[in-house]
Design a protein around this ligand. Structure first.
Ligand SMILES: [Zn+2]
Length: 240
């Protein structure tokens, strides 16, 4: 099991760590990490792992299939690997991660404005998108959503968190907006992400990384609302 340092502080850019395992495909397991592993539509982090004998470029980061609690740093092809037991420095591609944090937080705001069930989503460094089940397409307007999103960003709302138990979440099913991505349950507690005072803007279970205040997102625009099925609408958001 890897200690997830980004859970406590999403702004950590690097950490010293120890190599616990190196698998046959070049996946490096550390005792602790600042690298976010691909989940919930947010891509795994890139960066490098530096050790006494050299450095290893990390192409992406994933959870180990076997236990979902161990994080695997996937070495780029041709990189040299540290050895088990090595002391290393794990260093994020921070520019990329920060864009993911900004876009991820922007999608929470989109979710708060579009009061329909979310059926999927993806976060990128340039663009993010959410899919909603919306029976009446006239319920969403590109220009209005862009203006409302930028107003929430400009208001510079605080982004916080609160931990609740699995039982509390089960007793409040309305908290779960995303039908396709089940909140990370099973450890006994679930993290709620709150935007605005006491979650007045948005409140939902989420294991991703977010900025501290909505003002950090910067200006965005809804670039497209696409029809993806009878009632499915895909709303795309870009940085401007
Ligand atoms: Zn989130």
């Amino acid at each position: 099991m890897t200690e997830l340092l980004y859970r406590a502080d999403a702004y950590l850019k690097s950490t010293p760590a120890k190599v616990l395992a190196v698998n046959e495909r070049g996946g490096i397991v550390l005792d602790r990490t600042v690298f976010y592993a691909s989940a919930g539509g947010q891509p795994g982090d890139r960066g490098e792992v530096r050790f006494a004998g050299g450095e290893c470029a990390i192409a992406t980061t994933v959870y180990d299939n076997a236990d979902n609690a161990t994080i695997v740093h996937v070495a780029a092809e041709g990189s040299s690997h540290p050895a088990i037991g090595d002391s290393v420095e794990a260093d994020l591609d921070w520019d990329l991660r920060y864009r993911h944090m900004r876009m991820h937080t922007a999608l929470h705001l989109l979710c708060s404005l579009v009061k329909f069930p979310v059926t999927g989503g993806q976060i990128g460094a340039e663009e993010g998108r959410l899919d909603f089940d919306i029976e009446d397409a006239s319920a969403v307007d590109k220009d209005k959503l862009t203006a409302d999103l930028n107003a929430l960003i400009a208001a510079d709302h605080p982004v916080g968190e609160r931990w609740i138990t699995d039982e509390e979440l089960e007793a409040n099913p309305g908290l779960v907006r995303t039908m396709s991505v089940k909140p990370p349950m099973g450890s006994g507690k679930v993290r709620l992400v709150l935007i605005g005072e006491n979650g007045a803007v948005d409140m939902q279970p989420c294991g991703g990384t977010h900025v501290r205040r909505t003002g950090e997102i910067g200006n965005v625009a809804v670039s497209k609302i696409e029809k993806k099925g009878k009632i499915n609408r895909r709303i795309r958001v870009v940085f401007t």
